[in-house]
Ligand binder design. Structure first.
Ligand code: HEC
Length: 295
């Protein structure tokens, strides 16, 4: 096997091993980053839903106490404000969603689906867990969900969600007296759940991975070409030169080429030593010839 083939095989092997290892690490890291980015989006969305709830309770509701006596203003209900706000966001980002998924909701649009009932049951079975995240496949592609348990946090909630008789007539005129009642203090009533699409960050991670792979491939190709050029000029051509001359001498012929002794590296040293050996060999041969002529 020639020096060139051996050298290229070692290079190829180290590239394959290095490429596989770096690609794997890069792939895992980029996927992790994408997941963290999606999770961050979900947390921001959840925080914004909570902020709207709080704003509605603290700043909007007190302004409308008197009007509320005449007609029920659902805009003062935090659940309504958060959900409505999200509907507006959905017009621009249709793959994002927020829902206050409830087992026995006032507004039937908030009724929990089978999937959401599964999450509520999970929170029921694990009361200490305050947050659950996971992935699921939706018609819009893979999405990440972040969910939190919803409990009846204060007695005030029961004025509208406790006994139907206690609820404001104006509210019952809109929502009826069948749904969203009978809740108990501290009862787990549902889960607020945010869904964030994973498509875009994952696509970005894939593009970054492709660019990374191509760059590594290109760097390897350049290194391979450069090393081959150097190998050829610095080692192979010069070793071949010495080997051709040595071959001719070994057959007793006068070499066609001279040995190139330029440079200061190991091969130049070898060439110089070889030349010295050749001179010594010639003078030894001459001496031998002289002796045999005298006889
Ligand atoms: C003034 C009456 C009123 C009070 C007080 C009230 N809610 Fe509601 N709540 C409603 C109405 C009405 C809706 C339905 C809004 C809509 O149209 O989406 C609702 C909806 C909800 C929903 C969404 C699911 C569903 O039932 O449609 C949750 C969750 C909820 N309320 C929790 C609470 C909690 C927790 C409290 C106490 C902190 C509370 N509510 C206090 C009237 C009230």
């Amino acid at each position: 096997m020639s020096l060139r083939i051996k050298f290229n095989l070692i290079l190829l092997l180290s590239f394959v091993v290095g490429y596989a290892a770096t690609s794997y690490i890069a792939y895992v890291m980029l996927q992790e980053n994408a997941k963290e980015e999606v999770l961050h989006h979900a947390n921001v969305m959840m925080a914004s839903a909570m902020a709207i709830r709080e704003y509605t309770i603290k700043e909007i509701k007190p302004l409308l106490v008197r009007q509320q006596m005449r007609t029920f203003i659902k805009q003062t209900v935090p659940a309504y404000a958060a959900t409505r706000n999200f509907h507006k966001i959905q017009k621009m980002f249709s793959e994002y969603s927020y829902k206050e998924a409830t087992l026995n909701p006032t507004n039937l649009e908030n009724r929990a689906t089978d999937f959401e009932i599964g999450i509520i049951n999970f929170f029921k079975a694990n009361p200490k867990i305050k947050i659950k995240t996971g992935e699921r496949v939706t018609p819009n592609g893979r999405s990440l969900y972040l969910s939190k348990p919803m409990r009846v946090g204060s007695e005030a909630c029961l004025s509208c969600h406790g006994k139907p008789a206690d609820a404001p007539e104006t509210m019952k005129a809109i929502y009826g007296d069948k749904n969203g009642f009978g809740w108990k203090l501290n009862q787990l009533i549902g889960t607020r759940i945010i869904s964030v699409p994973m498509k875009v960050p994952y696509q970005r991670a894939y593009t970054a991975f492709k660019t990374f792979s191509y760059s590594i491939g290109a760097v390897f190709l350049v290194v391979l070409i450069l090393l081959n050029v150097f190998l050829n000029n610095i080692i192979i051509v010069r070793v071949k030169n010495i080997s051709t001359v040595a071959h001719d001498i070994s057959l007793g012929k006068k070499p066609k080429k001279e040995i190139n002794t330029n440079g200061h590296d190991e091969i130049s040293e070898l060439a110089k030593s070889f030349n010295r050996m050749r001179v010594s060999l010639n003078s030894a041969m001459d001496m031998l010839k002289g002796k045999s002529n005298k006889k």
